[in-house]
Design a binder for this molecule. Structure first.
Ligand SMILES: C[S@@+](CC[C@H](N)C(=O)[O-])C[C@H]1O[C@@H](n2cnc3c(N)ncnc32)[C@H](O)[C@@H]1O
Length: 248
């Protein structure tokens, strides 16, 4: 099964570990669910270890990076889950919906296989604070349009969904696109960028000018003059939300 992350995910686990605060948030949102299907599970970063879990993931490269002893993984896509109706208490999807080819079909599949609730963790860039990297340096990486479509599809397919904002800690352990909002030097690191799909999918040539300008602004102190206060904040709301849809 060919998959995007077979191409871009080879070193994913190097910078994309689970952040314990996001982990706690997700565990809380799963509530009393005793069985969980984790769709778009990747390397298994946010899978709870205190309940029965099945991972569903299309990329063999990502499945190969799952830790020994982690939950069993099924190679499949969200749009067509090879699972019976209502076979898990909860369906979980973490930072994956924006990759699904047919988002609505995937959401309908989550609803079909879950008995009690659906838990989604994602960023909606239309919420929270503007992100300096896309505002000032790399506007071509602004994912707002794509995420608007994701948020609209969720609203239509899961009308009962409730959203809880999550301010991203400055030392976030999961190297997400916006994780380095207060550690700008990290965006100059090629390995960090390789494990962020927004960067990995972009043409290198389109990023060169913005990255060069960021490097120069960091060296001259210009970045700190404009944004230096971010280095002192503990956390920042950049639009991450945990979404919970109760089904029962
Ligand atoms: C950014 S990673 C997140 C992985 C994991 N949930 C985490 O938080 O570490 C996105 C994952 O979605 C998977 N993915 C892409 N298209 C998918 C689809 N159509 N159905 C299910 N998963 C998909 C990718 O292969 C990748 O593992």
């Amino acid at each position: 099964m060919s998959a995007l992350y077979d191409r871009i995910g080879a070193s994913y686990s190097a910078t994309r570990g689970a952040d314990p605060r996001i982990e706690a948030l997700i565990k809380d949102a799963l509530g009393d669910a005793r069985s969980v299907v984790n769709v778009g599970a990747g390397t298994g970063a946010y899978e709870p270890t205190d309940r029965e879990v099945l991972a569903v993931e299309p990329s063999a490269t990502m499945i190969a990076q799952r830790r020994r002893g982690s939950a069993p993984a099924l190679q499949a896509r969200a749009e067509s889950l090879p699972l019976p109706d209502q076979s898990f208490d909860a369906a979980l999807a973490v930072n994956t919906l924006h990759h699904w080819t047919d988002l609505r079909a995937g959401l309908r599949e989550l609803r079909r296989v879950a008995r009690k609730r659906i838990v989604i963790f994602m960023r909606d860039p239309r919420r929270g604070q503007p992100f300096w990297l896309t505002e000032d340096y790399l506007p071509s990486l602004d994912p707002s349009r794509k995420y608007s479509a994701v948020a609209d599809a969720i609203g239509e397919e899961l009308p009962s969904v409730k959203a809880l904002p999550f301010a991203l800690p400055r030392d976030c352990a999961d190297g997400l696109f916006v994780a380095y909002w207060g550690r700008p030097e990290m965006y100059l690191d090629g390995e960090v960028r390789r494990n962020i799909s927004n960067f990995a999918l972009a043409e290198e040539g389109n990023l060169a000018e913005g990255l060069a300008r960021l490097k120069a602004d960091l060296a001259s102190g210009e970045w700190d003059r404009k944004y230096g206060e971010l280095r002192r904040l503990e956390s920042l709301d950049l639009g991450h939300r945990v979404l919970v849809a109760e089904l029962a």
